[in-house]
Ligand binder design. Structure first.
Ligand code: PMP
Length: 452
């Protein structure tokens, strides 16, 4: 008879034989972590080890694990009506579209898909077709930023500005251009943050002009770069980008896949900056990842170019699972929980507390910068504070590993080999208790104290 523990251990063996893990190195897949249970901000692996999930999975489990209400919402809907293609409609999809319009504080048409990458693909296709129908067929190019991540499918990967994720899969989709994002920590000496951000925004305008503005369909950006190192712009940057887009007839696509649904202390990240994007993409926190669902929200007046009797004017895009009824029901319940538990304000408060209590880490010889917005924190590590030479991959791994040893999962962005600055990320469920936050602070302080 095999004991329960032995049986669970064989799960790791079976995993090693059969599963090809996402973006994991050989060493990581040698020791797969088989997660068995989640409760609040905590997950438990197959050996019974508990970890506070300081990355909310992949920045997505905003309301935390173990929400029976979400399971019930999915089950009830599944029993009543499991599926409707979105060539037709159903009540949860309609109610969710109404709710999203309320949260977006504007009039948007809601297009459903399954993932963040899907939502961005929809945005690109829509933008190209919009310009064709607007008698500007030469507008097909998109500009995005280096260091940004926009997804793994060919279009979304083309918009992504991280060469390391791309170079083995080239050639990618033509027509995707990149410029540098504002990186306030590394701005030129003697320049104020505001002046530097204005200059960075003007680089968008220069790119548009040099490329011939009649060829530019849209700009895609996150409100702040999350996965590329937590780069938080000065508000003047975002406002200027919107102004530039308007001036040149370029659509502004805002990727809220991570920033949406409270992560930054507002319902949507762009709401910090007082802008009204033309297209907004969202996923992850929309359902807190209990089921897959994503959305591309299109400003109503852009949609109107598609609202015609002309046979050739409709948007020829279909995906089988987008707008799945149970996923929409879960999203509605998830948004209800976020509101009922005040998780957007809580994200702002917890994030502020985290930053305040960890500010002393700046004294550490390898902490170059700590920054955050809402419950999304970045700790940039350097080898040398004077030269700001990025920390080695080994230094990053040592910190991440030491946190995990004592029960805290944190993330890391970057790769020194690829010349990409190294930033640790902390982005826990917005539902963390005060004790959870105490724990995160205690672990980080201990680890940075011990590893110099
Ligand atoms: N946009 C951003 C900003 C993301 O962080 C991600 C995923 N991390 C995506 C798009 C792609 O989402 P998905 O993995 O659901 O395709």
């Amino acid at each position: 008879m095999t004991s329960a523990k032995e049986k669970l251990n064989t799960l790791a063996e079976r995993d090693r034989k059969t599963i090809w893990h996402q973006i994991s190195s050989y060493n990581e897949t040698k020791r797969p972590m088989v997660v068995q249970k989640g409760e609040g901000a905590w997950i438990t692996d197959h050996e019974g080890n508990r970890y506070l999930d300081g990355m909310s999975g992949l920045w997505c489990v905003n309301v935390g694990y173990g929400r029976e209400e979400l399971a019930d919402a999915a089950a009830e809907q599944m029993k009543k009506l499991a599926y409707v293609p979105m060539t037709q409609s159903h009540e949860p999809a309609i109610r969710l579209a109404e709710k999203l319009n309320e949260l977006l504080e504007g009039e948007y048409k809601i297009f459903y898909s399954n993932s963040g990458s899907d939502a961005n693909e929809v945005a690109f296709k829509l933008a190209r077709q919009y310009h064709q129908q607007n008698d500007e067929p030469s507008r097909f190019k998109f500009i995005s930023r280096y260091r940004a991540y926009h997804g793994s499918s060919m279009g979304a990967l083309s918009a992504t500005g991280q060469a390391l994720r791309k170079y083995k899969y080239e050639p990618l989709v033509p027509g995707f251009l990149h410029i540098a994002p504002p990186d306030n920590y590394r701005r030129p000496a003697g320049q104020s943050v505001e002046d530097y951000n204005v200059k960075c925004a003007l680089e968008f305008e220069e790119k548009i002009i040099w490329e011939q503005k009649e060829t530019i369909a849209g700009i895609i950006m996150e409100p702040l770069i999350t996965g590329g190192g937590v780069l938080i712009p000065h508000p003047v940057y975002v406002k200027k980008v919107q102004e530039i887009c308007r001036r040149h007839g370029v659509l502004l696509i805002i990727d809220e896949v991570i920033c949406g649904f409270g992560r930054t202390g507002r319902v949507f990240g762009h709401q910090h900056f007082g802008i009204k994007p033309d297209i907004i993409t969202m996923a992850k926190g929309l359902t807190s990842a209990y089921l897959p669902l994503s959305v591309t929200a299109i400003r109503k007046d852009i949609y109107d170019r598609f609202d015609s009797e002309e046979e050739n004017s409709h948007f020829r895009h279909v995906n089988t699972f987008g707008g799945n009824p149970s996923a929409c029901a879960v999203a509605l319940k998830n948004l209800e929980i976020i509101e009922r538990e005040n998780l957007v304000d809580r994200s702002a408060q917890l994030g502020e507390r985290l930053l305040k209590e960890l500010v002393d880490l700046r004294e550490h010889p390898h902490v170059g910068d700590i920054r955050g917005l809402g419950f999304l924190l970045g700790i940039e590590l350097v080898e040398n504070k004077e030269s700001k030479e990025p920390a080695s991959n080994e230094r990053m791994a040592a910190i991440v590993g030491a946190c995990k040893e004592i029960g805290l999962i944190i993330g890391k962005n970057g790769d020194t080999v690829a010349g990409f600055n190294n930033v640790l990320t902390v982005s826990p469920p917005l539902s963390c208790t005060d004790e959870d936050v105490d724990f995160i602070i205690a672990v980080l302080k201990k680890v940075f104290n011990e590893i110099k």
